[in-house]
Design a protein around this ligand. Structure first.
Ligand code: GLY
Length: 411
C-alpha cells in the first residue's frame, strides 16, 4: 500500500513510524513532515492546509491511503476532496469532523446517543451569555467554549465571574456562538478509538499534561507529556461501550458516519466517566506514547482491512516532550540537536518541530521539538527510562517538565 501521512508534528511522526512497520506499507510520503519522517519516507513540501495540492500529490504518487493527522484540514474538507478524487482516506469528512469543530453539535450527538456528559447551554449572543453567568453566580461558574475550531485557544475555565465575562467577550468572535458548560469534577483522561471498516478499536487510555509548568501551572500548550495507563479507571472497555460505540452509531444514523480516530476527552470521578469534548483525530502527544505499545498492524486498522480490534501490549508508557525555551510564547529556532543516536534501542524519539539544515543536521524548527517515549512493565520504570534518555539529548534552550506521570505514582 502506498501511504501519505498529512501533517508535520510528533503525532504524524508516530503515525508514520507505526505505518512504516506494517508489512502492507510499500511507500510512505509525509506532507509536510519533519526531520523524523524524512528518515522513514519522502517528505513533500505541501502544507497540511493545501487541499488541492494534497489531492494532486496523492493522485500523482498513486497513493492508496491518505492518513490525516491534524483537525484543521479535516474540518476544511480534505477527506471529502480526496474521496471525490477517488482516493481512500483515514479521517472524518467535514460533516463528521463537526464532532470536534462544533462543541454544540457534539453535545447534541451525545444527548441523542445517551453518552454521559455534563450539562450545557448554547448562546448566540454575548448579552445572553453574560446574563446566564450572572444568574449562575460565582459558585457555579461554567466553562466557556467557542463553538468552533480555535487552535487550542477556544476554551476558558474561569476562576472568577470577571474572567467568565472576559472569556465571553474574547470567544464570541470565533464563530458567533458559545457553549457554557457545567464544570466536571474528577481526573481527565484521553480515550481514543480507531473507527474504520465498521470496527471501533480502542487504544489504551492515557493522561496528557497540557500546561507548560510543573504542578500544572502556567499557560496551556499542545501537550507536554503523556503516560498510560491511568490506574484510576476500573472499566476501560465499558467506557468505550458507553461513549464511543453509541456516538459512532448516532453519527451514522444522522448521515454523517464517523471514520477516523474518535478521541474523547473524559473526566473520571469514581465510577462515573463523562465526556467534556471530542476530537476527530489522534491526540498529540498521546499518539507518541501509545503507538510504541502496538502489537498489531496499524495500517491494516486504518485502512479498515482488519475485522479485529487492534492489539496493544499491556504495558506502561511515558512520553516526555522536549520544547524550545519560551514555548508556548515566542522561541528561537535553528538550534542543532545532539544526542539523538545515544538513546536506548527500545526508546523512541518522535520529532515534532525539527528540520534538516543545509548540512543535513537536525535542528529545532518549532515550539514542541521532540517526544521521548519509553515503555516498560510499570509506569515508574517507563518514566525513569524516558527521563534517562531525555537527559542524553541536547539543544540550546531545551525545556521539559520534570513531573510527567508523577501524579499517578503519588496516588
Ligand atoms: N493532547 C491534546 C490534544 O491532542 O488535543
Amino acid at each position: 500500500m502506498r501511504v501519505l501521512v498529512v501533517g508535520g508534528g510528533g503525532r504524524e511522526h508516530a503515525l508514520a513510524w507505526a505505518i512504516a512497520r506494517s508489512p502492507r506499507c510499500e511507500a510512505l510520503f509525509c506532507a509536510p513532515g519533519n526531520a523524523g519522517t524524512a528518515a522513514l519516507g519522502e517528505n513533500l513540501a505541501i502544507s497540511d492546509g493545501d487541499i488541492e495540492g494534497l489531492v494532486r500529490a496523492a493522485l500523482e504518487r498513486r497513493v492508496d491511503l491518505v492518513v490525516v493527522g491534524p483537525e484543521a484540514p479535516l474540518a476544511s474538507g480534505l477527506v471529502d476532496a480526496l474521496q471525490d478524487a477517488g482516493v481512500r482516506a483515514f479521517g472524518p469528512t467535514a460533516a463528521a469532523a463537526r464532532i470536534e469543530s462544533s462543541k454544540w453539535f457534539a453535545k447534541e450527538v451525545m444527548t441523542a446517543a445517551g453518552a454521559p456528559q455534563g450539562g450545557g447551554e448554547l448562546f448566540e449572543s454575548a448579552r445572553a451569555a453574560h446574563k446566564w453567568i450572572e444568574m449562575l453566580g460565582t459558585d457555579a461558574l461554567p466553562v466557556v467554549k467557542a463553538d468552533g475550531l480555535a487552535a487550542g485557544k477556544g476554551v476558558v475555565v474561569p476562576a472568577t465571574i470577571d474572567e467568565a465575562h472576559a472569556a465571553i467577550e474574547e470567544l464570541i468572535g470565533i464563530s458567533g456562538r458559545l457553549v457554557l458548560e457545567d464544570r466536571l469534577g474528577g481526573r481527565e483522561i484521553s480515550a481514543m478509538a480507531i473507527v474504520a471498516g465498521g470496527v471501533v478499536s480502542p487504544l489504551p487510555l492515557s493522561c496528557d499534561y497540557k500546561r507548560i509548568g510543573e504542578g500544572d501551572s502556567g499557560r496551556n500548550t499542545g501537550g507536554m507529556g503523556v503516560y498510560s495507563p491511568p490506574g484510576f479507571v476500573a472499566d476501560a472497555a465499558g467506557l468505550f461501550r458507553a461513549i464511543h460505540e453509541p456516538v459512532v452509531a448516532e453519527m451514522a444514523a444522522r448521515g454523517a458516519p464517523f471514520a477516523g480516530c474518535l478521541y474523547g476527552g473524559v473526566m473520571v470521578e469514581g465510577d462515573a466517566a463523562r465526556v467534556f469534548e471530542f476530537n476527530c483525530r489522534f491526540g498529540d502527544p498521546e499518539a507518541q506514547a501509545l503507538l510504541p505499545l502496538l502489537d498489531g498492524d496499524l495500517l491494516a486498522a486504518l485502512a479498515g482491512e482488519s475485522s479485529e480490534p487492534l492489539a496493544f501490549r499491556q504495558e506502561a508508557s511515558v512520553a516526555v516532550v522536549m520544547a524550545s525555551g519560551g514555548y508556548p510564547g515566542s522561541y528561537a529556532t535553528g538550534a542543532r540537536i545532539s544526542g539523538l543516536d545515544d538513546v536506548d534501542d527500545d526508546v523512541v524519539v518522535f520529532h515534532a518541530g525539527t528540520a534538516l539544515d543545509e548540512e543535513g543536521a537536525v535542528v529545532t524548527a518549532g515550539g514542541r521539538v521532540l517526544a521521548v517515549a519509553a515503555t516498560a512493565s510499570s509506569i515508574a520504570e517507563a518514566r525513569e527510562r524516558a527521563y534517562a534518555n531525555v537527559a542524553r539529548i541536547h539543544f540550546e534552550g531545551a525545556y521539559w517538565r520534570r513531573d510527567i506521570a508523577l501524579r499517578e505514582l503519588s496516588g
